[in-house]
Design a protein around this ligand. Structure first.
Ligand SMILES: NC(=O)c1ccc[n+]([C@@H]2O[C@H](COP(=O)([O-])OP(=O)(O)OC[C@H]3O[C@@H](n4cnc5c(N)ncnc54)[C@H](OP(=O)(O)O)[C@@H]3O)[C@@H](O)[C@H]2O)c1
Length: 261
């Protein structure tokens, strides 16, 4: 799929075969990109309801179409409870996994510059949050995807997780965990096809976005290449809205370009 870069203000159009009303789930709703997804979806007339999952629940004012739910992607019981609550209210058409971790100073996890920094606990933390958590979200939420209408499960990956595109080295744990996530997404898409023929499962790269995750590592990005969360969320929703059945299992950047695994 290719998509020319639309301006951020381009209207977001979930045209047929999307249903006329969309129910969306955002996991990691208190993150930079997660919040931007929630805001954009809540503002969209076609979106009937947004379920915002976060381990520290987001502050919900009185938005009539937004429900905040507490869920930790590393606690499957919490994911299962959230999925069951949402399922009682109907099927969903969009599941966005916007969780992730690149550094965690509290646990002394930082992207490795050399193999000398490889550390079992840091690698395990990377795989837990960036690969295993999204897999558990998929296990609990793919069964909620619509049976008849188009629906999409999208997990935020990162271009640095592309094995073919790795020319710089470093960041072992994050790169490997995102590569594992990409494999999980591809494998899910194969199992999903016969169960939900109109559903897609994709991995997405948002570009370099000005969030807490990227803050210490933004020096290499020029101002033009550093996106606001609002811009990146809008771009990714444009990409999602235009995905075709053949795109399932793919890895797409913010501008719709297909990335190599
Ligand atoms: N920003 C970029 O430049 C960039 C580039 C490429 C890819 N990405 C990917 O985009 C995604 C979103 O990143 P972001 O930039 O929005 O980062 P962010 O602002 O740091 O958000 C990450 C979110 O993940 C949540 N999270 C972490 N562990 C969790 C857990 N166990 N259970 C529930 N939530 C958990 C965090 O929740 P807490 O607030 O509770 O910690 C936070 O809301 C990530 O997958 C990232 O790898 C980002």
């Amino acid at each position: 799929m290719t998509l020319t870069q639309p301006p951020a203000e381009q209207p977001l159009d979930f045209a047929e075969p999307w249903p006329s009303t969309i129910r969306a789930v955002v996991v990691g709703a208190n993150g930079g990109l997660g919040q931007a997804f929630v805001e954009r979806l809540c503002a969209h007339a076609q979106v009937n309801h947004v379920y915002a999952l976060a381990r520290v629940p987001i502050q919900v004012s009185t938005h009539p179409r937004l429900t905040a739910i507490t869920a930790d992607i590393l606690d499957e019981t919490s994911l299962n409870c959230a999925a069951q609550t949402i399922a009682t209210q109907g099927e969903v058409h969009l599941v966005l996994v916007a969780t992730g971790m690149l550094h965690d100073p509290q646990k002394e996890v930082y992207p490795e510059k050399s193999w000398r920094s490889l550390n079992a606990a840091q690698l395990a933390q990377n795989f837990a949050i960036n690969s295993i958590g999204p897999a558990l979200v998929a296990k609990n939420f793919l069964p909620l995807l619509a049976l008849q209408n188009k629906s999409v499960f999208a997990a935020l990956s990162a271009k640095v997780g592309s094995i073919e595109d790795n020319h710089l080295g470093g960041w072992y744990g994050y790169r490997a965990a995102k590569a594992a996530l990409n494999m999980i997404v591809k494998t899910l898409s194969i199992e999903l096809k016969p169960k939900r023929p109109n559903a897609l499962c994709v991995a997405l790269h948002p570009g370099t976005v000005d969030t807490a995750l990227s803050k210490p590592y933004q020096k290499a990005s020029t101002a033009q290449k550093l996106f606001t969360p609002t811009h990146a969320a809008n771009q990714l929703l444009q990409v999602i809205s235009q995905l075709r059945p053949d795109d399932s299992g793919g890895f797409f950047a913010w501008d719709g370009t297909r990335l190599p695994y």
